[in-house]
Write a protein that binds this ligand. Structure first.
Ligand SMILES: NC(=O)c1ccc[n+]([C@@H]2O[C@H](COP(=O)([O-])OP(=O)(O)OC[C@H]3O[C@@H](n4cnc5c(N)ncnc54)[C@H](O)[C@@H]3O)[C@@H](O)[C@H]2O)c1
Length: 316
């Protein structure tokens, strides 16, 4: 990169849903983007438009086994991790490795380059919250030995590692706690509620609701999230930021919205999975106050391109 005026970012997990949307936006903003991904839950499809471009590199590698990137790096954005419950439950040890060894490797890359480091944490670090909406100062309520703990604790550990590198080595770090996000780029078989409902509705199947549908979620459109990530990267500090859309829906209401947009379908009820949080809603006051960021896209508007994307992926 000698002589280049473009800032260079390494995005781990950049072939995933959020990472690829972030890679595309940073590339459009003039960054040189290096995506490192082993494609365990992501897809080359997500970055097919980027691989032919200048200022873009794709390295297929497992970041838990090392992160050897030559040339200068200005920002390391650590998004590699299985993220949907069915996927991290199927990859429990890989999830813990990428949240521990993978995070160490990404932090070391940032330290060696004097780069800013941003870690993609999650609302799951709040567990089944006793405080509602969740604010960054809440420490959470996680079952350390439940099946979901492989993900929740890996992310909590990643946050601890990020703060340790910040305090010990003076690395310029950021932590974002992402709440449920949806949009084009999600995998059809992802297992989270948005792709489940949309793909079931598009196939003319009944929508599966786990529990009685009264549990709440908030849904942030991915382009809004990416704007928040970049605001934190450029203007944030080392303390965590919640990023998400505070507008709360019950799962039952969300099923109704999807059926309105795609066409009327029935719903079937299944038992609630173990440790499934009953309520989840971000308090985003800090990002709003300090960065002037808040989501702009309402759920119905964000569902339109998302449904179009899934229609194409399903070949309908
Ligand atoms: N989407 C959300 O709603 C949400 C919510 C909270 C947190 N997050 C976090 O954001 C990040 C991205 O989530 P996503 O929804 O895009 O998931 P995703 O599964 O689409 O993307 C994750 C990417 O990481 C890659 N990856 C996993 N382990 C790897 C490893 N060891 N080495 C290299 N690459 C590896 C996968 O192949 C995939 O491309 C994750 O860290 C996730 O925990 C996402």
């Amino acid at each position: 990169m000698a002589g280049s005026t473009h800032r260079r970012a390494v995005i781990t997990g950049g072939a995933g849903f959020v990472g690829s949307t972030l890679a595309r936006r940073m590339h459009a903003d003039g960054w040189h983007v290096v995506v490192v991904d082993n494609l365990c839950t992501g897809s080359a499809y997500n970055i097919a438009d980027l691989v032919q471009q200048e200022r873009f590199e794709f390295v297929q590698a497992n970041v838990s086994e090392g992160l050897d990137i030559s040339g200068s790096v200005d920002a390391v954005l650590h998004f590699a991790s299985p993220a949907s419950p069915p996927e991290y439950l199927a990859l429990p040890i890989e999830t813990m490795k990428v949240g521990s060894i993978g995070t160490f490797n990404a932090l070391e890359l940032a330290r060696a380059n004097g780069a800013t480091f941003l870690m993609a944490s999650t609302s799951e670090i709040y567990g089944d919250p006793e405080v509602h909406p969740q604010i960054e100062s809440y420490w959470g309520n996680v079952n350390t030995i439940g099946p979901r703990s492989v993900y929740d604790e890996a992310k909590r550990f990643s946050e601890a590692a990020t703060m340790a590198w910040h305090r010990t080595h003076g690395v310029d770090t950021r932590i974002i706690r992402i709440f449920n996000t949806y949009g084009p780029g999600m995998q059809v078989a992802d297992g989270r509620v948005v792709p489940n409902f949309i793909c079931q509705a598009l196939r003319g199947e009944a929508l599966t609701i786990y529990g009685d549908g009264s549990q709440t979620r908030s849904f942030c459109f991915v382009e809004d999230l990416v704007s928040g990530i970049l605001a934190v990267l450029e203007h944030g500090d080392a303390q965590p930021y919640n990023l998400g859309n505070p507008v709360e829906f019950t799962i039952g209401q969300f099923a109704e919205l999807v059926t309105e947009l795609v066409g009327g379908q029935a719903v079937v009820y299944q038992p609630l999975p173990e440790d499934d949080p009953k309520r989840r809603q971000p308090n985003i006051d800090r990002a709003k106050r300090e960065l002037g960021w808040q989501p702009e896209v309402d759920v119905a508007a964000g569902l339109v391109p998302t449904i179009a994307y899934f229609r194409e992926r399903l070949g309908l």
